[in-house]
Every structure is written in C-alpha cells, then in structure tokens.
Design a protein around this ligand. Structure first.
Ligand SMILES: Cc1cc2nc3c(=O)[nH]c(=O)nc-3n(C[C@H](O)[C@H](O)[C@H](O)COP(=O)(O)OP(=O)(O)OC[C@H]3O[C@@H](n4cnc5c(N)ncnc54)[C@H](O)[C@@H]3O)c2cc1C
Length: 649
C-alpha cells in the first residue's frame, strides 16, 4: 500500500490536484473516466439485481487498457483470455456469492430448466475438469456432465492472459503455472499421460528461470515513497550471503546496515546446547522475524525487508511463518545454526506452459468437449483456437456453463439438484451425482444440511489471497540497459517482478532474449495491517484490502514502479505500457497448516479431512480437500472424490 492509497485519510483539494498531475505524468489520465464508469456501473447493477437480466459479459470485459492501444487478434467480446483490466476474480464473477455468504441474501425460487445430467460439477477449475474426466472413466465416456463456473473463463486459477497489443501474440500466466513434477502421484502422472503431456520434453523447452538471467539480477528496488529515494541495488538477494559493500547500498538506518553486516558474517551457533529435536521444536515455535530479532540481532528496519518475501511463495507475511518454515524455503539463518552458505545456486526445475497451467485446463476442456478445439494436442495447445460458443451445447455430452454461480446444492430422492444464478436468472438443474470442486469456505452456504462439524471444518480453510499483474511492455530496452529482469520491491504493493519469456512449449515460442513486447509479471499478495494478528485474521484482512482496490489503484501502482525503476533508463511510462491485466485471487492458495497457528491433528481429524467427507450423492474435490495449494493436488482430490461417489441405484 502506498501512502496515496491509504484509505483512512480523506483527500484534500491539494492532494487531489497533485494526484491528477501525477496520474497524467504516469499516463493514466485519458482512461480514468471510462474505467470508473464501468466499474461503478458493474457494482451498482450487481448490488441491485438478482432476478433481472445482467449483461455479465459486458461487465466482465471490464475496465481495460484497451484505450492504450488498439488490440488485434481474437476480440475480448467472444474470447475471455484477451480481456484486460481487472481479471482473476473479475467484476461480475463474485457478487452473487458474496451476497449469499456475506449478506445472507435470499434468492427467488429457481426456474426449473428441466435439464438432467449424470453429473453436475460446481467449479470448472483444474479439479472440476479432472472430476469430469474421472467420472467418464468410471461411469462411461457417454456420461452427461454439466460443469458450472462463476467466472467468464474456465480453469479456475489456471488462467490464460493473451496479449495482442504489441503485434505478435504474447502469452502470460494469470495464476497457477509451476508443475512440480517431482511431487506428482502415480494418479497425476497417469492423468498427464492421458492428456498427452510429456513433462520431460516440456522441461527441455523452458529457459525461463523467473527472470534470473540478466547480469544484475536478482536486484532490489527501494522506492522514494517508502525509503526517501528511488534506489536500485543490483545483484542483491537477501537469501544469499550479502557482503558489506552491498549492504552499504541499502537505504535503511546505519544501525540497520551494521546489524545486517554482523548477521551475514555471523558463524556462531546461536542454539548451542540444543539437540536437533529441541532446536527444531524451538524454531517451529517462533516466527522468522522473531528469530531475526532474537538471534540475528537485526533492527526492525532490517527485518522489515523480509516482510513480503513470501508473498508469492506462501501468500502470507513473513510474520505468519515459523523460523523453520521460512528457512526451509530459503530465508537466511541456517548459518547461525551450524550450517553454511554452500548452496548450489537457484534451481527450480519445474515444467511450464507459456500461459501457465491454463494450457492444462485447455487440454482438459479439449478432451471433454472436442468441438471446442478440434485437433488440440499438448504440442499445439498454446496456439489452438478455442471456440467458447461450443462450451455449452445441448448436443454435447459434456457442457461447461460459464458466468454461473451456484447458490444451492441438495440431495433429492433420486439424485441431486443445483440452483445457480446466470445472467440474473435463478435456475435449477438435476443430476444423479454432484461434485463440489469449488472452495471449501463457500460450501456451507450452498449446503446448509451438511453436518455442523463439517461446515466448521470448511470455514477453517481460509484461502490465501494472491495477485499477479501482467504489464505488457513495448520492449525490454530499459530493463536491458539496467541489466535486470527480476526485482524485489519491499516497499511496494507487489513484492516482486520478473519478465516472462523463454517458455517454448505448446507450439508457442518466445525466446529468452526476445526484446519485446514482453510481459512483466508483478507478483505477490497484499500486506494486512499489523492489527491482524492470527493467520486467519491476516488472510481475511489481506483479502478485504485486495477487494477494496480498484483497477486504477493497481494501475497507478505499477506505473509508479515502472516510472521510478525504469524511467531513469529511458522507459516512458506514457508510451511503453501497452496493456495491464490484474489477476487478483482473493481466494488463492489452499489453506496449508502452519507451525505457528495450527494444531498437529491426528490422522483423519484435520479440518480438510473432516471437510471433504462425501454427503449423500455429493463428493468434494478441489485443492482445499488436500490442504495443499498445488495443481497436482487438485487432480488427486478429483480422483478421490469421483471414487467416493455412490453407485447409482
Ligand atoms: C496466483 C496463483 C498461483 C498459483 N500457482 C501455482 C503453481 O504455480 N503451481 C501449483 O501447483 N499450484 C499453484 N497454485 C495453486 C492452485 O490453486 C492450484 O494449482 C489449482 O489450480 C487449484 O485448482 P482447483 O480446481 O482445486 O481450484 P480453483 O482453481 O480455485 O477452481 C475452483 C473453481 O470453482 C469456482 N467456484 C467457486 N465457487 C463457485 C460457485 N458457487 N459456483 C460456481 N463456481 C464456483 C471458482 O471460482 C473456481 O473457478 C496457484 C494459485 C494461485 C491463485
């Protein structure tokens, strides 16, 4: 949060005109009125209606930077991946669910569509799509399946961002992207094989390394608003051993720099006398900042530099993690526990597509409904054309209905029933079976008959908010001049940014050396206020902040960073920003149990295990059911859920 965004202070006239001047310099001015209009119109309409017709597509197309330059390629009206502006949980997607869950809103009696299926799936993320696949395997490939999804695109967190504003198509990821193949179960390996995915081949075609390829990367950028001056510190990675010369460049207090020098040079085992178990128990009982304070001797301003370091990896503040969890994830400190600095360098050998795991979701859809993208294979999926008008056709065995928020799920005498809101209408369909592949926290609101203990367990699994903002840059000239492609910005909204190129899979090619246009990914979460103490409060406060920010807040933020960071190297923020897509995920990573906040539950008694119990003809999928925020877990959980469905009478 920058000072400008502090919601607590009403702006004075002076501040407003300063803001306007600044916005103009940042290249925002021309687009602002249009953005405001659309955003406000969307919220007003959505707040007032349920039961009236809602132009979801028009709203969801949302405020974009299409004003900045005229887009080419498939048009956003019929093709969601090219939509810019506020995406992820976009306007039009979440209001019905919030009305239900937050305001206890009552909905009119549903209109019976007289559609009947073998399976209805709530949520068309990786898990929901995988559930449809496993259902076909168990009950036959001609099974009639309906997937209901509240967003205007399928894939859940697997979201494709497709840009044409700079000429040739540039792909970027909007959410999940890493395939951590070394953790895959036999089920997941089989699933990928069934979709034609060759992970080994994919890895060979990936040069991308989170933008750590430029000579001065990774770097840190300290901004004027927070640190009193804009300063870029090259080759500065707090997880590596920093030398005194580098530390002297950090714009923190002199005392802070001195404590940093002592910390990085330290060799003494600060837990001398503890045996291994005692040391681990202790390190799991204190937060990482507390470890730095007590045993690293760091001042508060030095500790603060680590505060957002795990925004991307965990979606939480560093204070939510134990010292052990943080160090297991690479935070420095092992050298004060008898360890050394002898790491083999940065190595994260994941497989990836150029639109992240959206390509996996596309492969799933293309297999389930072949007419959507005939001839699609793992080798051409990134380039394949997807006909969204084929997703929901009565003549196909599998139908995928977008813009449809489920508000009620039930067991009936002969199967299940589902009510949902689509285009302002409340509708009802029936099926023999149901799979809930949506987030756990919404399920108690859809299914009040679930046992109380199960509903409570679901509510416990608060998801971690994440934001991934893609900024299409005209070229990489300024980045190249500075020799950077991966930067941490500890004072800014998004903690880190990196260029996204060097992934040549799915038929797409984007050379690591390509000079542009290129997507610069701004990546992280949003810091909750200090008053949010326990992790559940932190996650909820972070989500509230995320939802409170409008598109122009994110836009102003990224333009401010680009101007301060790259402006001195010739980047013209008015000219060189071609498009901005904010993928905000208020319900991001699945809740994973953390040392400081969660019990060590006996087998079978952890919240996710209680939460995922089948109920009548319903079973529960989604990464929440595995309490693990991974794409492969979403697949494993779909497999389990389909297996748990009862055989129809
Ligand atoms: C930004 C981000 C980056 C990530 N990166 C990675 C990564 O690199 N690697 C990795 O393995 N994992 C990553 N993850 C974790 C990711 O959550 C999982 O990988 C996986 O995509 C989860 O799939 P899912 O189907 O279980 O859930 P989701 O993707 O959340 O899909 C569930 C769908 O159900 C919909 N839904 C919810 N309620 C309703 C309702 N009432 N009616 C209709 N539809 C509803 C949701 O909107 C959503 O579209 C990332 C997550 C995020 C947010």
């Amino acid at each position: 949060m920058t000072r400008d965004q502090d919601p607590g202070k009403g702006p004075s006239v002076d501040r407003v005109s300063t803001r306007k001047r600044r916005d103009k310099a940042l290249g925002m001015e021309t687009a602002i009125s249009r953005r405001d209009l659309l955003h406000d119109a969307a919220l007003t309409t959505l707040g007032l209606t349920v039961g009236s017709t809602l132009p979801v597509d028009a709203l969801a197309a949302g405020p974009g930077t299409s004003d900045v330059s005229v887009g080419r390629g498939p048009q956003p009206e019929s093709y969601p991946p090219t939509r810019t502006g506020l995406r992820g949980s976009h306007p039009g997607a979440f209001e019905v669910a919030h009305g239900l869950a937050r305001e206890g809103k009552a909905f009119p009696e549903p209109e019976d569509l007289e559609e009947s299926y073998d399976l209805v799936v709530v949520g068309a993320g990786i898990s929901g799509l995988a559930a449809a696949h496993y259902y076909q395997q168990r009950f036959g490939s001609d099974a009639r399946i309906l997937l209901l999804e509240n967003h205007d695109d399928f894939g859940g967190h697997a979201r494709r961002n497709e840009f044409h504003q700079g000429g040739p198509m540039v792909l970027s990821m909007g959410g999940t992207h890493n395939l951590e193949w070394w953790k895959f179960s036999k089920t997941v390996k089989g699933f990928l094989g069934e979709h034609g995915v060759n992970l080994r081949a994919m890895r060979k075609k990936k040069d991308f390394a989170y933008g750590r390829s430029a000579p001065n990367s990774p770097a840190m950028w300290f901004d004027k608003d927070t640190y009193g001056e804009d300063r870029l510190v090259a080759n500065c990675d707090l997880t590596e051993r920093l030398g005194p010369d580098l530390i002297d460049q950090l714009p923190i207090s002199t005392a802070g720099r001195e404590t940093f020098k002592a910390f990085y040079a330290g060799r003494k085992n600060v837990l001398e006398g503890y045996d291994e178990d005692e040391a681990e128990e202790y390190l799991r009982s204190i937060s990482y900042p507390e470890f730095l304070r007590r045993h690293g001797g760091l001042t508060e301003d030095a500790i603060q530099l680590f505060a957002k370091q795990e925004h991307g990896g965990w979606g939480v503040e560093m204070r939510a993690l134990s010292a052990m969890e943080a160090m297991e994830d690479g935070a420095p400190g092992l050298h004060l526990l008898g360890g050394g600095w002898d790491r083999d360098g940065w190595d994260y050998p994941v497989a990836m597509w150029p639109d992240g795991n959206a390509s996996l979701a596309r492969l799933q859809v293309a297999k389930l409904i072949q007419e959507v993208a005939p001839g699609t294979t793992a080798d051409n999926v990134a380039l394949a054309e997807f006909a969204y008008d084929q997703l929901d056709r009565p003549e196909h065995a599998v139908r995928l209905r977008l813009n449809s928020t489920v508000i009620r799920t039930e067991n009936t005498d002969d199967g299940v029933a589902v009510s949902y809101v689509n285009d302002g209408r409340v509708l009802r369909v029936k099926a023999k079976h149901g799979i809930l592949a949506c987030y756990h926290v919404i399920i108690p609101h859809l299914f009040p008959e679930l046992p109380k203990a199960q509903r409570e367990a679901m509510k416990y699994q608060v998801k971690h908010p994440l934001v991934l903002t893609n900024v299409l840059l005209r070229n990489t000239d300024a980045l190249d001049k500075l020799g950077i492609d991966n930067v941490r910005c500890p004072g800014r909204l998004h903690d880190s940014l990196f260029t996204f190129r060097g992934i040549n899979t799915g038929g797409y090619e984007h050379d690591l050396e390509d000079k542009g246009p290129v997507s610069l990914v701004f990546w992280g979460s949003i810091s909750p206020p200090d008053s949010a103490v326990d992790v559940h409060s932190q996650l909820r406060a972070s989500r509230a902040q995320m939802l409170g920010l409008r598109f122009e807040d994110y836009e102003r933020e990224v333009r401010t960073v680009l101007d301060g960071l790259l402006g001195p190297a010739g980047f013209d923020v008015q000219r060189d920003v071609l498009a901005i897509t904010v993928n905000r995920w208020p319900h991001g990573y699945a809740y994973e149990y953390l040392d400081l906040w969660d019990e060590d539950w006996p087998d079978g008694e952890a919240p996710h295990e209680i939460a995922r119990q089948p109920f009548g003809r319903w079973a529960i999928a989604n990464a929440d059911a595995g309490a693990s925020a991974y794409t492969h877990v979403a697949i494993d959980e779909a497999f389990r859920a389909v297996r748990e469905l009862p055989t129809p009478a």
